[in-house]
Structure formats: structure tokens, C-alpha cells
Design a protein around this ligand. Structure first.
Ligand code: DAH
Length: 356
């Protein structure tokens, strides 16, 4: 009477062993224990049997049901485990592989030069000052001892903006960073030391001039500053910036309306090779001087107590000289090939010459 049940049990166990995945497993489970499953049908048939036959058959069917439920559950676990193992093997990650390099940006040479300037002058005790790109006529010219109709104005190729009121002097795009000297003196009581790095504008455009360019400006005010301090400061800066410990530096008398005396500064180079340092030729690199007493007075500083020195230079120019960049125009063209060639890694700190 239970032979058929043993056969069912063996058959089902064999089918379970042969089930390759959970889908096949589930088909076997439903075929046996589901609503219209084989065992379910046999259980339904029980009702038709006489009472004592029903008891024995019922007990046998229950044993079979228990055995099959166990076997089905065990196979489910096996199949789940092997599915998980297969997935883990397929999705395996080699954590020892080197990471793919992330695309890294580069620092523009202008930014790099300004970082180096800030570092060198910072080490000499200069703070950073800033001012607006749009300046009043007074800040850009008047306070700096360049009154209206002064011939120095003609050198500046100024961009004028519409005046605020009819008859008022028009605001300008600052033609140099020197107006930030004025703003600093008006707001900071001396003694003071600042450098300014920023954009300047002149209506001029060719291989060596751009309508927008950058300047570095310096201003130091104290009770007894002399030309000697100015010279020492600039010689130290130039040697540190160019990384040439014995860079020849020459001071030449010159004229700026806002300094008295005024000096232009040259560095030694070789005109033929373009190499900086020796060579016997001189290259003009910046303007400087002792702050004119009228400028101090215009900015509310008593020239009988305080004196100072100032200097200004082109950021592009010293960048081109230091790195051998021949043309000014690509600085502003955002050509990714130029930037890759001349850009600097943001992670490489500026190497400053010792002694600063
Ligand atoms: N402002 C001048 C220019 O743009 C440069 C300059 C010369 C700045 C002498 C100074 C200075 O502070 O003392 O041509």
C-alpha cells in the first residue's frame, strides 16, 4: 500500500537533485505540494477510503509530506547557497588593482605666479590687499598725482565708462593696480605692508599686449623706510621668484608721477639665448620708487612722519620670462593643449628659493 508513496518519494528526491536552479526547484515543489499537486491530490483522495484504511494511509501520506517538505527545503538552501556563491564569483572585485587615475585639473600659469608672489612677499611680512576693477578717476589717477591733462594719462590707453552724472569724470577700468595703494592708505593706519595682485585694463592688443592683463603692486609705509629697504626687498623677491641666487639686478633712475625718486629695475639676461642670469644684457622688469609725499598726503598720511616705497610689475611678463612662454595671447584662449603644456599640478607646492 505504501509502495506508490516510496516511489513518489524517490522520484521527487531524484528530481530535486537534478534541479539546476531555483526555477526548476519551484516547479517540483508546486507539482508536489501545490493546490493541484500530486500529494495534495492523494490527500484529497483519503476521504473516499474506509475508516481504518484511511488512518494508515493518512499516516503514511503525512510522513511522505514531512519527508518531501524537508527535502524540498534542504534543496532550496543548497540552490540559494550555490546561486550566491556564483554571484560572488562573478562580481568579484580585485581590491589590489591600482585605481583609475581621475582627470586632474592644472593651475593656470598666471595663478601659479600669483601664488608664488603671495608666498614670497608673505614671508617678508606683506599682507594681501584688493580693490575693484572699476575705479573712480580719482583713485586711478588723481590721488596718484596724475591730474587731468597730465601727460602720463596718455600712456595708459584708458577704457572709460559712462559717467554717473553729466559732467562728472567717467569711471575707468583700472589701468594699473596702483589705485589699491590709495584704498589701502585711506583705510589702514600705517605702518603697513601690502601686495596687490589683480586684473588691469588698457586699450592695447598685440603679441605682447592684451587689453586685460595682471599686475603685482607693492606698498610699504613706515617711519624710516629708505631706498635701501626698497632695493633689498626687490632684489630678494626677484632672486626668489626666478630661483637664481645671484641674479644680477640693476636700479635705474626713472619717472612715475606717484613716486619720488622713481626707479626702473632691470635683471641680467642673455639677449641671444633668452637665458636669465648672466649674459651681460639687461631686461626691464618693473617700476618702483619712494611714495611721493603728495600721494601720502592725498591719502591722509602725514609725509613728515611717514614714508614708504612702492613697486609694480606685470604678472604675465615675469611668468613668460620664468617659464619661456613666447606669446602672451594664449594665456586667455583657454586652449586645453596650452593649459596642459604650461599648467601646474595643484599638488606641487611652489619651490621657493632659500634665504627668503
Ligand atoms: N603703475 C605703474 C604702471 O602701471 C607701475 C608702477 C611703477 C607701480 C612704479 C608702482 C611704482 O607702484 O612705484 O605702469
Amino acid at each position: 500500500m505504501t509502495d506508490d508513496l516510496d516511489a513518489i518519494r524517490q522520484e521527487t528526491e531524484a528530481a530535486l537533485a537534478g534541479a539546476a536552479d531555483l526555477r526548476a526547484w519551484d516547479a517540483i515543489r508546486v507539482a508536489m505540494l501545490g493546490k493541484s499537486g500530486r500529494l495534495t491530490a492523494l490527500l484529497k483522495d483519503l476521504g473516499a477510503l474506509p475508516a481504518d484504511a484511511r488512518r494508515a494511509r493518512g499516516a503514511a501520506l503525512n510522513r511522505l509530506k514531512e519527508a518531501l517538505t524537508d527535502a524540498i527545503e534542504i534543496r532550496r538552501r543548497q540552490l540559494e547557497e550555490s546561486a550566491l556563491a556564483a554571484r560572488l564569483a562573478a562580481e568579484r572585485i580585485d581590491v589590489t588593482l591600482p585605481p583609475r587615475p581621475l582627470p586632474a585639473g592644472l593651475v593656470h600659469p598666471i595663478s601659479r605666479t600669483m601664488e608664488e608672489m603671495a608666498a614670497i612677499f608673505g614671508a617678508m611680512g606683506f599682507a594681501i590687499a584688493e580693490g575693484p576693477d572699476i575705479e573712480s578717476d580719482w583713485h586711478n589717477f588723481g590721488a596718484l598725482n596724475i591730474p587731468a591733462h597730465h601727460p602720463a594719462r596718455a600712456d595708459h590707453d584708458t577704457f572709460y565708462l559712462p559717467p554717473e552724472r553729466a559732467g562728472a569724470p567717467p569711471p575707468v577700468l583700472r589701468t594699473h593696480t596702483s589705485p589699491v595703494q590709495v584704498r589701502t592708505m585711506l583705510h589702514t593706519p600705517p605702518p603697513l605692508r601690502v601686495v596687490v595682485m589683480g586684473r588691469t585694463y588698457r586699450a592695447d592688443h598685440d603679441a605682447t599686449h592684451s587689453p586685460m592683463f595682471h599686475q603685482l603692486e607693492g606698498l610699504a609705509i613706515d617711519r624710516d623706510l629708505t631706498l635701501g629697504h626698497l632695493k633689498g626687498c626687490l632684489i630678494d623677491f626677484l632672486r626668489a621668484y626666478f630661483g637664481i641666487a645671484d641674479l644680477p639686478v640693476r636700479f635705474r633712475a626713472s619717472y612715475f608721477p606717484f613716486t619720488e625718486p622713481s626707479m626702473e629695475v632691470d635683471i641680467g639676461w642673455d639677449r641671444r639665448s633668452g637665458e636669465l642670469g648672466g649674459g651681460g644684457d639687461w631686461l626691464e622688469i618693473l617700476g618702483s620708487g619712494m611714495v611721493h609725499p603728495k600721494v601720502l598726503a592725498n591719502c591722509g598720511i602725514d609725509p613728515s612722519v611717514w614714508q614708504g616705497f612702492a613697486f609694480g610689475m606685470g604678472v604675465e611678463r615675469v611668468t613668460m620670462l620664468k617659464h619661456g612662454i613666447p606669446d602672451l595671447r594664449p594665456f586667455y584662449e583657454s586652449d586645453i593643449r596650452w593649459l596642459r603644456h604650461y599648467g601646474f599640478s595643484p599638488l606641487a607646492p611652489a619651490m621657493l628659493h632659500e634665504g627668503v
